[in-house]
Every structure is written in structure tokens, then in C-alpha cells.
Design a binder for this molecule. Structure first.
Ligand SMILES: CC(C)(COP(=O)(O)OP(=O)(O)OC[C@H]1O[C@@H](n2cnc3c(N)ncnc32)[C@H](O)[C@@H]1OP(=O)(O)O)[C@@H](O)C(=O)NCCC(=O)NCCS
Length: 158
């Protein structure tokens, strides 16, 4: 009889261990990485005046509405920025790092942000999608949003 074959022990690598996909409230320490992600994605229409100081101030009252997803090393790979003036809600930006797209990260951030709005009593949320961004249009349609017919968005730079 030959030597017994060595037992095969399967030990998943730490990064391969299943973890539920969750987003967490954005922290002030995340802001630098969030801005990097937004700058790298022109479809978000990020403006430079939305700087770290402004975003950190926003988080002091809206961290539950602003979500991030981190990779196994803790790096922020997806972010969503939202706010409310108490009655209506607004989602300003959503971005997922290119290497992490189509894995449900935007969907989980959207679900968690909408749940946070509901907890605050907000029952209507608006957002804008640039023409020619079918990924964003599909994302928000799947999340329950519909285009508003007969309305135009007006805005004013200060
Ligand atoms: C739009 C964006 C945030 C989507 O992020 P994502 O994590 O890849 O999206 P998800 O994997 O959660 O997909 C959720 C749904 O969105 C839709 N979707 C996402 N990417 C899509 C694509 N490239 N084409 C078509 N539909 C897409 C699908 O309906 C998808 O659901 P499904 O996988 O069950 O079909 C991401 O592509 C991105 O960061 N783009 C650049 C920045 C941007 O456009 N931001 C939006 C500004 S409003």
C-alpha cells in the first residue's frame, strides 16, 4: 500500500470569506478618499467647491444619509452623498470605483440611504442624472425612481 495522500484542508483566504454587502455611514476621515473617487468620475458632475470642509460639515448632521462601502483593506471604493432640508431628500452624488462596478455596491448604498431617509420621515427624494449616462439611469430606475415629466431642474451658482 502506498503512502496515504495528504489530507486536503481548505482554508479560505481572509478576503474570500463571505461578508454581507453593507454600506456604512460616511465618516469625516473618509472625505479625502470620497473626493478622489468623485474627481475621477466626470459623470458625477462633482464641483471643486464641494470641498473637504463643506463635506465634513455636512456629515455632522447627515452622516446617516451619506454612505460608503469599503474593500477588505478598509479603503473606500464606493460613496453616495445625500442630504435633506427636513422635508424632501436629495441625492447629490453616487460613485463606485471602476474595478468594483457591477457588484451591487451602488444598489446597497441606495437602499441604505433610502432607508435612512425613511427613518427621518422623508418620503420623497430627488436626484439628477446627466443625459448619456445609462448606467446611472438604470441604477436609479431599479431603485424605484422615475423621470419627472413636465418639470425642469433650475439651479443657480452662488
Ligand atoms: C452608476 C454607478 C454608480 C453604478 O454603480 P454599480 O455599483 O456598478 O451599480 P450596481 O452594481 O449596484 O448595479 C445596480 C443596478 O444598476 C444598473 N447598472 C449599473 N451599472 C450599469 C451599466 N453599466 N449598464 C446598465 N445598467 C447598469 C443595473 O440595473 C444594476 O442592476 P443589475 O445588476 O441587477 O442589473 C457606477 O457605474 C459609477 O460609479 N459610474 C460613474 C459615476 C456615475 O455615473 N454616477 C452616477 C451619477 S447620478
Amino acid at each position: 500500500m502506498g503512502a496515504a495522500a495528504p489530507a486536503l484542508i481548505s482554508r479560505p483566504r481572509p478576503e474570500a470569506v463571505w461578508r454581507p454587502l453593507t454600506s456604512t455611514p460616511m465618516a469625516a476621515a473618509d472625505v479625502g478618499q470620497v473626493i478622489e473617487l468623485l474627481r475621477a468620475a466626470p459623470q458625477t458632475a462633482y464641483c471643486e467647491w464641494e470641498d473637504a470642509a463643506l463635506l465634513r460639515g455636512h456629515l455632522s448632521h447627515s452622516a446617516d444619509l451619506c454612505r460608503v462601502v469599503r474593500d477588505g483593506s478598509g479603503r473606500v471604493v464606493a460613496a453616495l452623498i445625500a442630504g435633506s432640508f427636513g422635508v424632501r431628500g436629495s441625492i447629490s452624488h453616487a460613485v463606485v470605483a471602476p474595478g468594483h462596478r457591477r457588484s451591487g455596491l451602488a444598489r446597497v448604498m441606495a437602499t441604505d440611504a433610502l432607508a435612512a431617509f425613511r427613518r427621518r420621515g422623508v418620503r420623497r427624494v430627488a436626484l439628477a442624472v446627466l443625459d448619456g449616462n445609462p448606467a446611472a439611469a438604470a441604477l436609479w430606475t431599479r431603485a424605484g425612481f422615475s423621470p419627472v415629466h413636465g418639470e425642469r431642474t433650475y439651479e443657480c451658482d452662488l
